[in-house]
Design a protein around this ligand. Sequence first.
Ligand code: FMN
Length: 360
Amino acid sequence: MLLTEYRNHVLDLPNRIVMSPMTRLRSLPDGSPTADVADYYAQRATAGLIITEGIWPHSTGQSEAWVPGLQTPAHVRAWRRVTEAVHTRDGRVFAQLMHGGRKGHPLARIDGSWPAGPSAVLDDDRVHLIDGGTADPINPNALDHTDIAAIVRQHAMAAINAVAAGFDGVEIHGANSYLVHQFLADNTNLRDDEYGGSIGNRMRLPLALVDAVTDAIGSRRTAIRLSPGNPQFAMIENDPAPLYRALVAELDRRDLAYLHLADNDRYPALSDLRPRWHGTLIANIGENRAPTAAEGARRALSDGHADLVSFGRSFIANPDLVHRLRHDLPLAPIREETLYGRTAEGYTDYPSWAAGALAR
Ligand SMILES: Cc1cc2nc3c(=O)[nH]c(=O)nc-3n(C[C@H](O)[C@H](O)[C@H](O)COP(=O)(O)O)c2cc1C
């Protein structure tokens, strides 16, 4: 089933294997992806769908140094080389828009700006800096209403830039502790205005972003990723079910390209939310677990929990993952130390099965 095609009124994919978004810190200091980035995605173009690493819509949302952007004409030109490389190989690629919210550091950003999230609550993750080092997180500012309106506009602009760069669509990063997740979670959103407190208020910014991107490029090119109740990344969601049921019910009305859901051991997001979502559902089953492999992915499809399955780490180490899954070939392990290496090593040098056979 993983290898069967998937077709609906939005997507036309040769298989159900999706490359999950993964930050690799291989861009230029200005946020432009390099020729290596184009090679990396082109090597993986047999995926049913590629979702890029997180990309900042605006420099004030840059979470770390070397993360790419989609704000300037230079970014659009550089991403166009990436999308052309993927399309030339008959692939399809969505851009993930990733706003860091409270994540970030003036020494990690091209504009030197201070990070700001829903509330002034400290992150717990170290930040990669432009000078190559890392730093402790710093106390973020709380976003005011003007900032929030700007962020909504910036997402719409970045979506327009994504289409200009040749992307097939845009996935809003609503998972894993970034801006949208910070508005949804209990410990990062302490606001007492219309963006905090009740479920309706906490969903307000996530839905405003979806609607702004939809207005800019159309609902069928707009998607969102969520990780309901994910206990990682210092996020606390005490009662995820009512919040995410309400959010998914709202999203379900919007005819989006897809919903990308990360499951976890604390809240069975896939089984709880699948019946409430009538569009395409991409499951990610590897958060907080071993890298996604064939067996779990096949089960997610046969259980009816998803239409497509995203693979993260397995795609890093296996550019020809689709071929390997089709022929039940062993998967190569990732080299952890080169995940964020900033060079081609551990990036574009993982061999395909056929090339590896020469060395074996
Ligand atoms: C190096 C690395 C970078 C990641 N960066 C992102 C990211 O930019 N955006 C995102 O939504 N998830 C990101 N993730 C999470 C993956 O998309 C995926 O959900 C996770 O690795 C679990 O799936 P897997 O078991 O198939 O690897 C990242 C994961 C890894 C390993």
